[in-house]
Design a protein around this ligand. Structure first.
Ligand code: ACO
Length: 263
C-alpha cells in the first residue's frame, strides 16, 4: 500500500524515510500541527494506521515525534464541540452500533508501533497529554527531553483511555501507580517518568536530537533478523511461564539459525 504525502499532510502528519544509514532504514513520523500543539483527530489516527500499513519492509526503526514545543496535546478538543473540526466527520454517538468498530479503527493508528519488524521510539518534548501520551506509550521506547510532561487526562474528561495505552501503562508501572496516574489526571514530569521506567532516557532538550541519533544507531547495531526475533521473544515473555519462555527461546533460535543455513 502506498502512502500519499498529500493525504498525510491533510491529516497533520509527515513521514520521512532515511535510507542513508548503512546499518538500516529509519522512518520518522512527525505529528505536524504545532500551532495546535499537535492535537489529534480521527483523520490523524487513520493517517498513522496508513503509515503502519504502508511502511516499506526495509524500515527497521520508526521514530515518532511532534513538531514544535509539544509532543501532542491529545485529542483536538473541538471534536467535542457542536462546530467540530473543519473537514472532520463528527464523532459517532455511543449508541451507534458501529461505535466500538470505530474505536477499533482509531486504535489501528497505535497498534502497529508494536510490530516486531520494527523498533518504535517516541521522542517527547513538552506535553504528551491524553491520546498523545497513549501514542508515546504505544512505542517500544521513550526518549524524553527534560521539559517533557506526561498526562493521562481522559478520566477527568469523562472518558477512558482507549487508544491502547492502558496495557503498557500497567505493564510498566504496575496497577497502583497506573491507577493513581489515570484517576488524578496529574502531569508527570520527565524526571519522575524516567525513575518509574516510562522513559528509557531523559536528556536536556538541547541534546535531544543527538540522543535520538545515538539511540537509533545503537538499535541498528543488532542483526536485523535477530532483532525481530528478539523483540518477538521479549514481547511474549510476560505472558509465559519460565518453561514456556525457555521453549520459545529454543524454537526461535532454531528458526533463526535454520533460516541462516538456507541462505
Ligand atoms: N485541542 C485543540 N486545540 C488545542 C489543544 C487541543 N487538545 N491543545 C492546544 N490547542 C490549541 C490552543 O487552543 C491554542 O490555540 P490558539 O492559539 O488558537 O488559541 C494553541 O493550541 C496553543 O495552545 P496553548 O494552550 O496556548 O499552548 P501552551 O503551550 O501554553 O499549552 C497545553 C499547551 C498544555 C497542551 C494546553 O494547550 C492544553 O492543556 N491543551 C489541552 C490538553 C487536553 O486537555 N487534551 C485532551 C486530552 S484527553 C484525550 O486526548 C482523549
Amino acid at each position: 500500500m502506498s502512502i500519499d504525502p498529500a493525504d498525510l499532510d491533510r491529516s497533520g502528519l509527515r513521514l520521512d524515510i532515511d535510507d542513508s544509514l548503512p546499518a538500516g532504514c529509519v522512518a520518522t513520523v512527525t505529528l505536524n500541527r504545532p500551532q495546535r500543539r499537535n492535537a489529534m483527530t480521527p483523520a490523524m489516527w487513520r493517517g498513522l494506521a496508513a503509515i503502519g500499513a504502508g511502511l516499506p519492509g526495509r524500515v527497521r526503526v520508526v521514530v515518532v515525534r511532534g513538531a514544535g514545543p509539544s509532543f501532542s496535546a491529545g485529542i483536538d478538543l473541538r471534536m467535542f464541540s457542536a462546530e467540530g473540526v473543519p473537514g472532520e466527520d463528527p464523532l459517532p454517538r455511543a449508541d451507534d452500533p458501529g461505535f466500538e468498530q470505530w474505536i477499533a479503527a482509531c486504535q489501528e493508528g497505535f497498534t502497529w508501533l508494536r510490530d516486531p519488524r520494527i523498533v518504535s521510539v517516541a521522542v517527547v518534548r513538552g506535553h504528551a497529554i491524553g491520546a498523545g501520551c497513549q501514542l508515546a506509550l504505544s512505542c517500544d521506547l521513550r526518549l524524553l527531553a527534560d521539559d517533557a510532561r506526561l498526562c493521562i487526562k481522559e478520566p477527568a474528561l469523562g472518558l477512558v483511555p482507549d487508544l491502547t495505552g492502558t496495557k503498557p501503562l500497567v505493564d510498566i508501572l504496575g496497577l497502583p501507580r497506573a491507577l493513581e496516574l489515570c484517576l488524578t489526571g496529574r502531569s508527570m514530569d520527565a524526571r519522575e517518568a524516567g525513575e518509574l521506567g516510562l522513559a528509557e532516557l531523559v536528556v536536556p532538550a538541547a541534546d535531544l536530537d543527538g540522543a535520538v541519533d545515538d539511540l537509533v544507531a545503537g538499535l541498528l547495531t543488532a542483526d536485523a533478523d535477530a532483532a525481530r526475533a528478539t523483540k518477538e521473544l521479549l514481547t511474549q515473555a510476560q505472558g509465559h511461564t519460565l518453561d514456556q519462555q525457555a521453549a520459545a527461546e529454543r524454537s526461535s533460535q532454531a528458526a533463526l539459525q535454520r533460516a541462516r543455513l538456507r541462505r
